[in-house]
Design a protein around this ligand. Structure first.
Ligand SMILES: NC(=O)c1ccc[n+]([C@@H]2O[C@H](COP(=O)([O-])OP(=O)(O)OC[C@H]3O[C@@H](n4cnc5c(N)ncnc54)[C@H](O)[C@@H]3O)[C@@H](O)[C@H]2O)c1
Length: 264
């Protein structure tokens, strides 16, 4: 028996600010009911929920640290219960190193922190959500945009070696394999899995290195000579979320102003 409810439902991690907020708002424009996960700043998360509503959707905030196994279980249970279904999981939450350090000097503490939040968190969160999604598919529950989907926000650092933040690069390269693994495993259930790979996006994460990137943009480090905006990532995720890439899975969508191009 199939049950289709009108409102599509999404869980977006780290959605209080930055790219996650941009994604939540674009999903709001499509009418999504959004679980806005946040780590600490509840006022920012509530602000995001208000923006999602203004955009035409609805939502609620859930506090959870995605690097904690206990929090992940609670997050998924609470989100699934309130949303009714999880049509889209967006793994967005992530951190940069507290301090950039050369790989000949960098310590294990930063490595463990980044792997735990940026890679282990999304890997096991996806496992929990994928099980829910499989159960949804098997019970015939589906949203208005079709089968469930999983989107992970990685980075151009997945393949660009920055020797002063090796831990970050490795965590993002790991997300690329995570996408391939879940894409291969979940295809039989009709669950497509995507990696969205941002370039340099104007958020709190990049505010400390603004001068460096302003200069690089000026010098033409990537063809589209501007900063990316959270809405650039949000629109790519929205296209995936409404089912515009039905015959693609394990696919990488670069949203980077063309940074990945090789030119001669
Ligand atoms: N800004 C960029 O240029 C850029 C480029 C490529 C990739 N990214 C990636 O995009 C994602 C979002 O980055 P952003 O620029 O919006 O950064 P940001 O720092 O503005 O936002 C990150 C969000 O993740 C949340 N978060 C951090 N740790 C968390 C945890 N343990 N549990 C739950 N939430 C947590 C933060 O509270 C924050 O809301 C990150 O994965 C980042 O690596 C950013």
């Amino acid at each position: 028996m199939s049950s289709i409810t009108q409102q599509p439902a999404a869980l977006v991690t780290g959605a209080g600010r930055g790219i996650g907020r941009g994604i939540a708002v674009e999903l709001g424009r499509l009418g999504f009911y959004v679980a806005v996960n946040y780590a600490g700043n509840s006022a920012a998360a509530e602000e995001c929920v208000a923006l999602v509503r203004d955009a035409g959707g609805d939502g609620f905030a859930i506090k959870a640290d995605i690097s904690s196994g206990r929090d992940r279980v609670r997050l998924v249970e609470e989100a699934a219960e309130k949303l009714g279904r999880i049509d889209v999981l967006v793994n967005n939450a992530g951190v940069a190193p507290t301090e950039r350090a050369d790989i000949l000097e960098a310590g294990e503490e930063s490595f463990d922190r980044l792997i735990s939040i940026n890679l282990k968190g999304p890997y096991f969160l996806t496992q929990l959500v994928a099980r829910k999604m499989i159960a949804q598919v098997e019970s015939g529950a589906a949203g208005p945009f079709g089968p469930p989907r999983i989107v992970t926000v990685s980075s151009m650092s997945a393949y660009t070696a920055s020797t002063n933040r090796g831990d970050y690069c490795i965590s993002k390269a790991g997300l690329a394999m995570m996408t391939a693994l879940y894409a291969a495993r979940l295809a039989e259930y009709g669950i497509n899995v995507y990696e969205v790979r941002p370039g340099v996006i104007a958020t709190d994460m990049t505010s400390g290195v603004k001068g460096k990137y302003d200069e690089l943009i000026e010098q033409g480090a990537w063809p589209i000579k501007r900063w990316g905006a959270p809405s650039d990532i949000g629109r790519a995720v929205a296209a995936i979320s409404r089912g515009d890439l039905p015959y693609s899975t394990g696919e990488v969508i670069n949203v980077d102003g063309g940074f990945h191009l090789r030119t001669l």
